[in-house]
Design a protein around this ligand. Structure first.
Ligand code: SF4
Ligand code: SF4
Length: 78
């Protein structure tokens, strides 16, 4: 396994539209029902990092621009 997935979700931007959750092909996003952001929404959360295939769809469909997906490969030793 040489990938490290980084899905960053800006919780404050989230308006709980559920687009990212519904469009994620591997169903690894959920609303975090344990918290509210300052606008009163449950923010989206990545619940299974290993299940993320780094497709970037969540970032593309988010109308708030709340998600960034980074694809980070492990650095080769110098
Ligand atoms: S990058 Fe793709 S697989 Fe990963 S959380 Fe987003 S939509 Fe799901
Ligand atoms: S698509 Fe964006 S605004 Fe909608 S639930 Fe996901 S992170 Fe929140």
């Amino acid at each position: 396994m040489d990938k490290i997935t980084k899905v960053l979700i800006n919780e404050e931007f989230c308006k709980e539209c559920l687009y990212c959750i519904n469009f994620c092909p591997t169903h690894v996003l959920e609303s975090d029902l344990t918290k509210f952001n300052s606008r009163g929404f449950h923010p989206a959360k990545l619940v299974n990092e290993d299940g993320c295939i780094m497709c970037g769809i969540c970032a593309q469909v988010c109308p708030e621009g709340a998600i960034e997906v980074f694809r980070i490969k492990e650095e080769v030793k110098k």
